[in-house]
Design a protein around this ligand. Structure first.
Ligand code: OGA
Ligand code: MN
Length: 288
Protein backbone atom coordinates (compact mmCIF):
# COMPACT_ATOMS: atom_id res chain seq x y z
CA UNK A 1 0.00 0.00 0.00
CA UNK A 2 1.11 3.51 -0.58
CA UNK A 3 -1.18 6.39 0.20
CA UNK A 4 -1.86 9.58 -1.74
CA UNK A 5 -2.90 12.84 -0.08
CA UNK A 6 -5.31 15.17 -1.90
CA UNK A 7 -6.35 18.42 -0.18
CA UNK A 8 -10.13 19.00 -0.24
CA UNK A 9 -9.83 22.77 0.27
CA UNK A 10 -6.83 25.04 0.74
CA UNK A 11 -7.94 25.94 4.29
CA UNK A 12 -8.80 22.57 5.79
CA UNK A 13 -8.97 18.88 5.04
CA UNK A 14 -7.30 16.27 2.86
CA UNK A 15 -8.57 13.03 1.41
CA UNK A 16 -6.26 10.05 1.82
CA UNK A 17 -6.46 7.65 -1.10
CA UNK A 18 -5.24 4.08 -1.28
CA UNK A 19 -5.45 3.14 2.40
CA UNK A 20 -7.22 0.18 4.01
CA UNK A 21 -7.16 1.04 7.70
CA UNK A 22 -7.46 -2.64 8.67
CA UNK A 23 -3.97 -3.29 7.35
CA UNK A 24 -1.90 -0.18 7.44
CA UNK A 25 1.90 -0.35 7.53
CA UNK A 26 3.99 2.07 9.57
CA UNK A 27 5.13 4.15 6.59
CA UNK A 28 1.54 4.67 5.43
CA UNK A 29 0.45 5.47 8.97
CA UNK A 30 3.17 8.12 9.20
CA UNK A 31 2.03 9.61 5.88
CA UNK A 32 -1.54 9.79 7.22
CA UNK A 33 -0.34 11.37 10.46
CA UNK A 34 1.65 13.99 8.50
CA UNK A 35 -1.41 14.76 6.37
CA UNK A 36 -3.43 15.15 9.53
CA UNK A 37 -0.94 17.60 11.04
CA UNK A 38 -0.73 19.46 7.74
CA UNK A 39 -4.43 19.67 6.88
CA UNK A 40 -6.10 19.41 10.32
CA UNK A 41 -8.78 17.08 8.97
CA UNK A 42 -8.47 13.86 7.01
CA UNK A 43 -11.02 11.84 5.11
CA UNK A 44 -10.72 8.17 4.17
CA UNK A 45 -13.56 6.78 2.09
CA UNK A 46 -14.67 3.19 1.50
CA UNK A 47 -13.44 1.72 4.78
CA UNK A 48 -14.91 -1.47 6.26
CA UNK A 49 -14.13 -1.23 9.94
CA UNK A 50 -15.32 -3.28 12.87
CA UNK A 51 -15.34 -1.54 16.25
CA UNK A 52 -12.05 -3.30 17.04
CA UNK A 53 -10.53 -1.98 13.77
CA UNK A 54 -11.71 1.53 14.62
CA UNK A 55 -10.16 1.29 18.09
CA UNK A 56 -6.89 -0.12 16.76
CA UNK A 57 -6.50 2.67 14.20
CA UNK A 58 -7.47 5.33 16.76
CA UNK A 59 -4.95 4.08 19.32
CA UNK A 60 -2.08 4.59 16.87
CA UNK A 61 -2.58 8.34 17.44
CA UNK A 62 -2.44 8.14 21.23
CA UNK A 63 -4.39 7.22 24.30
CA UNK A 64 -8.15 7.35 23.94
CA UNK A 65 -10.37 9.75 25.84
CA UNK A 66 -13.60 8.68 27.49
CA UNK A 67 -16.75 10.01 25.75
CA UNK A 68 -17.97 13.51 26.67
CA UNK A 69 -20.68 14.28 29.19
CA UNK A 70 -23.64 14.43 26.82
CA UNK A 71 -27.34 15.02 27.38
CA UNK A 72 -28.14 11.36 28.15
CA UNK A 73 -24.97 10.12 29.81
CA UNK A 74 -22.29 7.94 28.36
CA UNK A 75 -23.53 6.00 25.36
CA UNK A 76 -21.34 3.30 23.89
CA UNK A 77 -21.96 0.06 22.03
CA UNK A 78 -22.07 -2.87 24.48
CA UNK A 79 -18.53 -3.94 25.41
CA UNK A 80 -16.89 -0.87 23.81
CA UNK A 81 -16.62 1.88 26.44
CA UNK A 82 -14.06 3.83 24.37
CA UNK A 83 -16.44 4.11 21.43
CA UNK A 84 -19.13 6.71 21.53
CA UNK A 85 -22.22 6.57 19.34
CA UNK A 86 -23.53 9.64 17.55
CA UNK A 87 -27.03 8.75 16.41
CA UNK A 88 -30.69 9.70 16.40
CA UNK A 89 -31.81 6.03 16.39
CA UNK A 90 -33.93 4.83 19.31
CA UNK A 91 -33.65 1.41 20.93
CA UNK A 92 -36.58 -0.88 21.73
CA UNK A 93 -37.34 1.08 24.90
CA UNK A 94 -37.44 4.34 22.96
CA UNK A 95 -34.11 5.56 24.36
CA UNK A 96 -31.52 7.06 22.00
CA UNK A 97 -28.62 4.69 21.21
CA UNK A 98 -26.33 7.70 20.80
CA UNK A 99 -25.94 11.44 21.21
CA UNK A 100 -26.84 14.61 19.31
CA UNK A 101 -30.24 13.58 17.93
CA UNK A 102 -31.24 14.76 14.44
CA UNK A 103 -31.05 18.51 14.94
CA UNK A 104 -28.32 20.95 14.00
CA UNK A 105 -25.09 20.73 15.94
CA UNK A 106 -23.78 24.29 15.97
CA UNK A 107 -20.15 25.22 15.26
CA UNK A 108 -17.82 23.97 17.98
CA UNK A 109 -14.65 22.14 18.80
CA UNK A 110 -14.91 19.13 21.04
CA UNK A 111 -14.80 19.43 24.81
CA UNK A 112 -12.95 22.73 25.00
CA UNK A 113 -14.74 23.30 28.32
CA UNK A 114 -12.02 21.09 29.83
CA UNK A 115 -8.51 22.27 30.74
CA UNK A 116 -7.11 19.49 28.56
CA UNK A 117 -9.42 18.96 25.58
CA UNK A 118 -9.00 15.94 23.29
CA UNK A 119 -6.41 16.40 20.51
CA UNK A 120 -8.56 14.67 17.94
CA UNK A 121 -11.94 13.11 17.28
CA UNK A 122 -12.97 10.69 14.56
CA UNK A 123 -16.30 9.64 13.12
CA UNK A 124 -16.94 6.50 11.11
CA UNK A 125 -20.22 6.28 9.18
CA UNK A 126 -22.33 3.14 9.57
CA UNK A 127 -25.75 4.44 8.51
CA UNK A 128 -26.54 7.76 6.86
CA UNK A 129 -29.72 9.57 5.86
CA UNK A 130 -30.46 10.19 2.16
CA UNK A 131 -30.27 13.94 2.76
CA UNK A 132 -28.90 16.26 5.41
CA UNK A 133 -26.58 15.53 8.29
CA UNK A 134 -23.59 16.93 6.41
CA UNK A 135 -20.66 17.82 8.64
CA UNK A 136 -18.84 21.09 8.08
CA UNK A 137 -15.25 21.88 9.04
CA UNK A 138 -13.59 25.21 9.45
CA UNK A 139 -9.80 25.69 9.19
CA UNK A 140 -8.82 27.77 12.20
CA UNK A 141 -5.16 28.17 11.18
CA UNK A 142 -6.06 29.65 7.79
CA UNK A 143 -8.70 31.80 9.52
CA UNK A 144 -6.12 32.95 12.07
CA UNK A 145 -3.56 33.83 9.38
CA UNK A 146 -6.20 35.94 7.61
CA UNK A 147 -7.45 37.71 10.74
CA UNK A 148 -7.78 41.49 10.11
CA UNK A 149 -5.12 43.30 12.18
CA UNK A 150 -7.61 45.34 14.22
CA UNK A 151 -9.49 42.21 15.22
CA UNK A 152 -6.28 40.34 16.02
CA UNK A 153 -5.25 43.21 18.29
CA UNK A 154 -8.50 42.89 20.26
CA UNK A 155 -7.69 39.34 21.32
CA UNK A 156 -3.90 39.40 21.48
CA UNK A 157 -2.68 38.04 24.79
CA UNK A 158 -6.22 37.41 26.02
CA UNK A 159 -7.99 34.26 27.05
CA UNK A 160 -11.48 33.07 26.21
CA UNK A 161 -13.80 31.30 28.61
CA UNK A 162 -15.22 28.10 27.07
CA UNK A 163 -18.64 27.03 28.31
CA UNK A 164 -19.38 23.63 29.79
CA UNK A 165 -23.13 24.12 30.22
CA UNK A 166 -24.51 23.11 26.83
CA UNK A 167 -23.36 20.77 24.09
CA UNK A 168 -23.42 21.60 20.40
CA UNK A 169 -26.93 20.18 20.02
CA UNK A 170 -28.08 22.75 22.59
CA UNK A 171 -28.63 20.06 25.23
CA UNK A 172 -27.78 20.73 28.85
CA UNK A 173 -24.90 18.56 30.01
CA UNK A 174 -25.74 16.08 32.73
CA UNK A 175 -25.60 17.42 36.29
CA UNK A 176 -25.04 21.04 35.21
CA UNK A 177 -27.17 24.03 36.34
CA UNK A 178 -28.51 25.96 33.32
CA UNK A 179 -27.14 29.49 32.98
CA UNK A 180 -26.51 32.13 30.34
CA UNK A 181 -23.89 33.89 32.44
CA UNK A 182 -20.39 32.94 31.24
CA UNK A 183 -18.91 33.83 34.61
CA UNK A 184 -21.25 31.52 36.52
CA UNK A 185 -21.00 28.71 33.97
CA UNK A 186 -18.63 25.77 34.39
CA UNK A 187 -15.87 25.71 31.80
CA UNK A 188 -12.22 26.42 31.08
CA UNK A 189 -10.07 29.41 30.11
CA UNK A 190 -7.86 29.02 27.05
CA UNK A 191 -5.69 31.46 25.10
CA UNK A 192 -7.62 32.97 22.17
CA UNK A 193 -4.71 32.21 19.84
CA UNK A 194 -2.85 28.94 20.35
CA UNK A 195 0.43 27.62 19.09
CA UNK A 196 -0.23 24.22 17.57
CA UNK A 197 2.14 21.81 19.33
CA UNK A 198 2.76 19.70 16.22
CA UNK A 199 3.01 22.21 13.38
CA UNK A 200 3.85 25.40 15.32
CA UNK A 201 1.21 27.45 13.49
CA UNK A 202 -1.08 30.00 15.14
CA UNK A 203 -4.66 28.85 15.48
CA UNK A 204 -7.74 30.68 16.71
CA UNK A 205 -9.40 28.74 19.50
CA UNK A 206 -13.04 29.75 19.91
CA UNK A 207 -14.71 26.56 21.16
CA UNK A 208 -18.33 27.49 20.77
CA UNK A 209 -20.28 30.73 20.70
CA UNK A 210 -22.85 30.23 23.43
CA UNK A 211 -21.74 31.53 26.86
CA UNK A 212 -18.32 32.38 25.49
CA UNK A 213 -16.47 35.37 26.93
CA UNK A 214 -13.25 37.25 26.15
CA UNK A 215 -11.36 38.33 29.26
CA UNK A 216 -10.75 41.98 30.02
CA UNK A 217 -13.95 43.29 28.40
CA UNK A 218 -17.42 43.86 29.69
CA UNK A 219 -20.02 41.44 28.40
CA UNK A 220 -21.23 43.66 25.54
CA UNK A 221 -17.68 44.38 24.33
CA UNK A 222 -16.77 40.73 24.57
CA UNK A 223 -19.89 39.77 22.60
CA UNK A 224 -19.02 42.29 19.89
CA UNK A 225 -15.48 40.90 19.56
CA UNK A 226 -16.83 37.35 19.47
CA UNK A 227 -19.43 38.20 16.80
CA UNK A 228 -16.68 39.66 14.61
CA UNK A 229 -14.45 36.62 15.15
CA UNK A 230 -17.23 34.14 14.37
CA UNK A 231 -18.27 36.06 11.26
CA UNK A 232 -14.66 35.93 10.10
CA UNK A 233 -13.93 32.23 10.68
CA UNK A 234 -17.15 30.91 9.15
CA UNK A 235 -16.57 32.57 5.77
CA UNK A 236 -16.77 30.11 2.86
CA UNK A 237 -13.05 30.27 2.08
CA UNK A 238 -12.21 28.62 5.42
CA UNK A 239 -14.89 25.94 5.29
CA UNK A 240 -15.32 22.41 3.89
CA UNK A 241 -18.72 20.68 3.74
CA UNK A 242 -18.54 16.92 4.06
CA UNK A 243 -21.32 14.92 2.38
CA UNK A 244 -21.18 11.48 3.96
CA UNK A 245 -20.98 8.14 2.22
CA UNK A 246 -21.09 4.81 3.99
CA UNK A 247 -17.66 3.71 5.16
CA UNK A 248 -16.26 7.25 5.45
CA UNK A 249 -13.84 7.87 8.27
CA UNK A 250 -13.20 11.52 9.13
CA UNK A 251 -10.71 12.61 11.74
CA UNK A 252 -10.19 16.18 12.86
CA UNK A 253 -7.79 18.13 15.01
CA UNK A 254 -9.73 19.88 17.77
CA UNK A 255 -7.08 22.57 18.16
CA UNK A 256 -7.07 23.76 14.59
CA UNK A 257 -10.60 23.10 13.31
CA UNK A 258 -14.20 23.60 14.33
CA UNK A 259 -17.13 21.57 13.03
CA UNK A 260 -20.91 21.71 12.83
CA UNK A 261 -23.60 19.38 11.56
CA UNK A 262 -26.68 20.08 9.48
CA UNK A 263 -30.00 18.77 10.80
CA UNK A 264 -31.63 15.83 9.02
CA UNK A 265 -34.99 14.05 8.90
CA UNK A 266 -35.60 12.58 12.36
CA UNK A 267 -37.37 9.60 10.78
CA UNK A 268 -34.22 8.70 8.85
CA UNK A 269 -31.39 6.77 10.52
CA UNK A 270 -27.87 8.07 11.06
CA UNK A 271 -25.32 6.04 13.02
CA UNK A 272 -21.71 7.09 13.53
CA UNK A 273 -19.16 5.41 15.74
CA UNK A 274 -16.70 7.79 17.21
CA UNK A 275 -13.43 7.83 19.14
CA UNK A 276 -11.41 10.61 20.73
CA UNK A 277 -7.67 10.94 21.23
CA UNK A 278 -6.77 12.29 24.65
CA UNK A 279 -5.16 15.71 24.92
CA UNK A 280 -1.36 15.49 24.90
CA UNK A 281 -0.76 18.99 26.31
CA UNK A 282 -2.69 21.93 27.64
CA UNK A 283 -3.36 24.55 24.96
CA UNK A 284 -0.51 27.11 24.94
CA UNK A 285 -0.73 30.74 23.79
CA UNK A 286 0.90 31.51 20.43
CA UNK A 287 3.01 34.31 21.86
CA UNK A 288 4.23 32.16 24.78
C1 OGA B 1 -18.99 15.00 17.11
C2 OGA B 1 -19.87 15.83 16.31
C3 OGA B 1 -21.09 15.85 14.24
C4 OGA B 1 -21.75 14.87 13.32
O1 OGA B 1 -19.05 13.77 16.97
O2 OGA B 1 -18.19 15.55 17.90
O3 OGA B 1 -19.93 17.01 16.50
O4 OGA B 1 -21.68 15.07 12.11
N1 OGA B 1 -20.55 15.20 15.34
O5 OGA B 1 -22.32 13.90 13.81
MN1 MN C 1 -18.31 17.60 17.98
Amino acid sequence: MSVTVRPVTSAVGAEILGADLRKLGDADFRAIQEAWYGHSMILLRGQQLSDDDLLAFSRRFGELDPPPNQERGRISPPGYPDIYVVSNVLDKKGEPIGALGAGEAVWHTDMSYLDMPPDASMLYSLEIPANGGNTWFCGMQAACDALPADLARKIEGRRIKHDGTYNSGGYLRKGVTPTDDPMAAPGAWHPAILRHPANGRATLYLGRRRNSYVEGYDRAESDAVLEALWAHVTQPQFVYEHVWKLGDLVMWDNRSTMHRRDPFDGEARRIMHRTQIKGSARPVAFAA
